[in-house]
Design a protein around this ligand. Structure first.
Ligand SMILES: Nc1ncnc2c1ncn2[C@@H]1O[C@H](COP(=O)(O)OP(=O)(O)OP(=O)(O)O)[C@@H](O)[C@H]1O
Ligand SMILES: [Mg+2]
Length: 251
């Protein structure tokens, strides 16, 4: 049994079948990559895992509990965090303020921001935020406003905002999209370090095969909403189903 078990998930948008009988099992403490061409249904699948979309049929179990019917913040509290395809950070706040938001928001059941409870409390939370920024190598940028930051730094900050919640499962939707090669390589190194330091499972959607083959233990190839093949990276390389996914039936 995996920490994440997706069974027979279907999702339609009107006449379009975005997900068709999707089954996925992700083992604890592994990196599972989901690849496939544009429009394959990768982001739709992730949206179904975090409560942003509800599948028409099927089940999604995380750590032995169903995520279906739960609100995104409740799923977040179960231990799932997600880095979005487009970074979701607050441009008018500093790096430090952004990374503290999840700490100030997690105090009660709902996703509401709280004031610090005391001076000691503020000191503790600042220390936790600084430790996190150090881990993602952004401590020197803690007072920067995020609007002017590079895409690579914005993604790194978003990762910090997820990791500070100590998730059991981190979902990454194209974490290196639009990045220069140097930033991509830094992101690969950072994800490897995070993996070594923490007990964490990752599900990563990526178009960049260098990233996929550097990080993944297992790969699922999705095309037109259907998983075509799932295997270890060495067996996915050159697999005829991968060609089929990217080039269509004619391949
Ligand atoms: N909210 C929506 N309403 C209608 N159609 C949608 C919606 N979200 C996605 N789709 C469609 O569902 C299909 C799958 O989209 P999805 O975004 O999951 O693909 P993807 O694999 O993430 O693609 P990409 O690699 O371009 O990000 C596409 O045809 C898309 O146009
Ligand atoms: Mg997508």
């Amino acid at each position: 049994m995996g920490i994440l078990e997706v069974k027979d998930v279907n999702k339609r948008f009107g006449g379009l079948k975005a997900l068709s009988d999707v089954n996925l099992s992700v083992k604890e403490n592994t990196v599972h990559a989901i690849i496939g061409p544009n429009g394959a249904g990768k982001s739709t699948l992730l949206n179904c895992l975090v409560g942003k979309l509800i599948p028409d049929t099927g089940s999604v179990m995380f750590d032995g509990q169903s995520v279906l019917g739960r609100k995104p913040y409740q799923i977040n509290q179960m231990g799932i965090s997600r880095v979005f395809q487009t970074p979701e950070i607050f441009g008018d706040l500093t790096v430090m303020e952004n990374v503290m938001i999840p700490l100030l928001a997690k105090r009660d059941g709902a996703f509401r921001l709280h004031a610090f409870e005391s001076v000691e409390d503020e000191t503790d939370l600042r220390h936790e935020a600084e430790t996190m920024l150090e881990e993602v190598k952004m401590l020197d940028k803690r007072n920067m406003h995020t609007a002017s930051m590079s895409r690579g730094d914005k993604r790194r900050l978003e990762m910090a905002m997820c990791l500070i919640q100590k998730p059991k499962l981190l979902l990454l939707d194209e974490p290196t999209a639009g990045m220069a090669r140097a930033d991509t390589n830094n992101t690969i190194d950072l994800l490897k370090e995070i993996r070594e330091k923490r007990s964490i499972t990752m599900c990563i959607i990526e178009h960049d095969m260098h990233v996929v083959f550097s990080l993944a233990d297992r790969i699922t190839v999705l095309a037109q909403g259907t998983p075509l093949v799932e295997d270890e990276p060495q067996k996915i390389k050159g697999h005829p189903k991968v060609k089929e996914a990217y080039l269509g039936e004619a391949a």
